[in-house]
Every structure is written in C-alpha cells, then in structure tokens.
Design a protein around this ligand. Structure first.
Ligand SMILES: [Zn+2]
Length: 382
C-alpha cells in the first residue's frame, strides 16, 4: 500500500514537473513570460520567510553588558515629552545617556534642554540643527554661525547635519548645495572652536544608486519606498556626494566629525578603515547599519578591534526591542539569528563577540571623549 502511494505521488510529481518545465510546448508561443520558470508564479520573494530549523546555542541579550551612550537618536518632542518615562525605558536597556540629534535650534532647543534639566538631568544630550533656507542671502553664514553659538550657550553639545545636505537642499536658483560648499566653512570652524562634534549623515547606501532589479541588495526597500532610489539623472553619484563629505573632513582638521552610519561603508570596512586612517579628526557610529556587521562577524570584529578608539554606538530609531539585536550581534558569538527589518537584510546575523575593553569604548568611552557634557558618573570607574 505504502509503495503504491509512493509510486502514485512520484507519477503525479513527474506530471507536474513536465507540465511546468515545458512552457515552450504551450500554444501561446515563446514570449518572455513563457520562458520564466513556473515557480515564479507561486510565491513572491517578499513572502518567503522560512523559519530556521537550526538548533545552536542562543544568548538573547535584553540589556547591554555595560552602560552605554546612544549617540544617534531622534526624539522629536523633547521639549514637552515625559522624559521620566523615557529614562525608565532606557534603564531597562542599560542606556545611560541618549543623544538627541534633532534638537532644532532657538527656542525649541532651549525648551528641550530645560525639560531635560527638570525631568531627567544627565540622561540626555541635545545636538543643534541648522536651517539652510536662504543660503544664498549675503548674511546667511554670519546669521547661522551666531545662531549656532547661541544654541551652544543654551546647552547644545553638538551639531547634526542631515542627509538632505548634498542630496536635496538647493539654493534659491534650484542649484544643489554641495556638502563642501565654502559658505559652510565658518560653521565647521565654529564647531571646532566650541569643541563640539559635528555628526554628519551624508548620502545613503550605495545600492540606492543601482538599478532596482533582482541583483540589488536593497531591492525590497526601494519597492517599499520608491523615493529612496537615487536616479542618476536627478542626484549626484554616491562617489561624488561622499567625496564632498571627505573634502570637509580634509579641510577642517581641528573639527571633530562623527561620520554617521559607518559612512555608508559598512559593506566595505577596509575602505572605511582607510578613511579613518586618513582623517584622525573623524569618528564613526553604527546606527541603522547593524545588518552589515552581522553578516561579516570575523572581519567586522577585526575592524572593531583595530579601530576601537574611533567607533561609537548609535541606533537611530527608538524601538527598545531592536536594541536587543544590537547587543546580541556585538556581545555574543551566536550564529544565524534574525535581524528585525527585512528591507535592510535578506540575511541572518552572526555575533561578533567583542572583547570587553572594545565594548566599553564602543558603548561609552569614545562618546565621553568626543561629546562634551556627558556625565561620567554613569559609567564604571577603572
Ligand atoms: Zn538619524
């Protein structure tokens, strides 16, 4: 009985295989559609979500091994939000200090600093932002530098530059403002003078410039957010916009820069290493690029050891559970586990298992060195 069932299913399978694999035999001819394999109609790659059967040791981490500073975060209502609640959520992760890069400027920034002092002193640092509107007005630079100075006096402890600089910001004539525009030089110089870092996000993953096809690693992201594709007719190339950023690093050696998101070179750490070798005034951080590290645990670990004085912890979006995956990638040697956002990674994570002295630098020591105003009493004394 069993044998005949096997035979029957074997015959059925053969029939299915033959009918599926012989599209040329159909009456509709041999168009492109017909030459597609039959399984193309069965399931989208987006739906494919296999549950791993691999059984290996697991070490889920919900709290960082050492207190840490998140140097790349965005809180948009800091002037009014309940920071006591937020601090409790931070405690659960062992996050000692959160750097809010979206401090704005003027009254907004001042109100945020006041709210911090009242509700959760020492737990938050605020970076200022600048307004590029009117960049071609003759007094724009002077006005902007003096606003930045005022924001510093009101408690800002860094400047954050968003990716719109170099990609979408234009002057009144519609011309793209380059990252290395000389009108911005006095701003970078002022940050050096005030001894505050500039956290600068320039560009995007290089895959956003590539054709949106089956070979593109970020295909899903561009399907979900078509505007993220950088059409070469409308945008400067990846190399062009990044080289403008590197010109700024070169031109302002006494200003400290934190190159956000591993400078979009998380997929080419050797190249990032060369950049760090070339510019001693440049640091970097790992916000939103964890998936790059988790797919190359051995090389990434080597990189983190070699550049242990130059990398900081960042996350970007505030979803407390997602930090757990950061901790697991950085701290454990776990194998083949899930990342949390499919559009960033069609692959699994592997832990780097960083040594404690490297973790401490990543988690807080480098931030203490680079960002003024962080209360050192949060961290272990050695
Ligand atoms: Zn960000």
């Amino acid at each position: 009985m069993r044998l005949s069932l096997y035979l029957l299913s074997g015959i059925l399978l053969t029939i299915i295989t033959i009918s599926c694999s012989s599209p040329k035999n159909t009456l509709s001819g041999s168009s492109d559609k017909d030459s597609r394999p039959a399984y193309a109609d069965e399931m989208s790659i987006v739906d494919y979500d296999p549950i791993s059967t691999l059984v290996v040791p697991e070490h889920k981490v919900t709290k960082a091994k050492f207190p840490f500073v998140d140097v790349h975060n965005h809180q948009w209502r800091m002037a009014t939000q309940d920071l006591g609640d937020m601090a409790q959520e931070m405690d659960a992760l062992n996050m000692a200090v959160l750097v809010n890069l979206s401090g704005g400027s003027g009254d907004e920034l001042k109100a945020a600093v006041t709210n911090i002092r009242n509700q959760a002193p020492g737990r938050f640092i605020v970076f200022a932002n600048i307004d590029f509107d009117g960049i071609d007005e003759p007094d724009w630079t002077k006005r902007t530098v003096s606003q930045l100075e005022q924001d510093y006096n009101n408690g800002a402890r860094g400047l954050k530059i968003y990716k719109n600089l170099g990609l979408t910001i234009t002057d009144s004539e519609g011309r793209r403002v380059h990252v290395d525009d000389p009108r911005l030089d006095p701003i970078w110089e002022k940050c050096g003078e005030l001894d505050i870092p500039v956290l600068i996000h320039t560009g995007e993953p290089a895959a956003f410039w590539e054709p949106v096809d089956k070979h593109n690693e970020r295909w899903l992201e561009m399907k979900q957010f078509p505007e993220r594709h950088r059409d070469p007719k409308r945008y400067p190339s990846w190399e062009k916009v990044m080289s403008e950023q590197w010109n700024v690093f070169r031109k302002h050696p006494s200003t400290t820069f934190i190159n956000a998101h591993l400078g979009w070179m998380g997929n080419d750490l050797a190249r990032l290493g060369k950049l760090l070798d070339t510019f001693p005034n440049v640091y970097t951080e790992i916000a939103a690029v964890l998936a790059e590290l988790g797919r190359q645990p051995r090389f990434a670990k080597k990189f983190f050891i070699e550049y242990q004085d130059r990398i900081m912890f960042g996350k970007d979006t505030w979803y407390p559970d997602e930090y757990h995956v950061y901790f697991r990638v950085l701290e454990t040697k776990d194998e083949y586990f899930d990342y949390y956002r499919k559009r960033h990674a069609f692959w699994k994570m592997y832990g780097l298992g960083l040594p404690d002295d490297v973790l401490k630098k990543l988690y807080y020591k480098n931030a203490l060195k680079v960002i003024p105003g962080i209360d050192p009493s949060h961290f272990p004394v050695e």
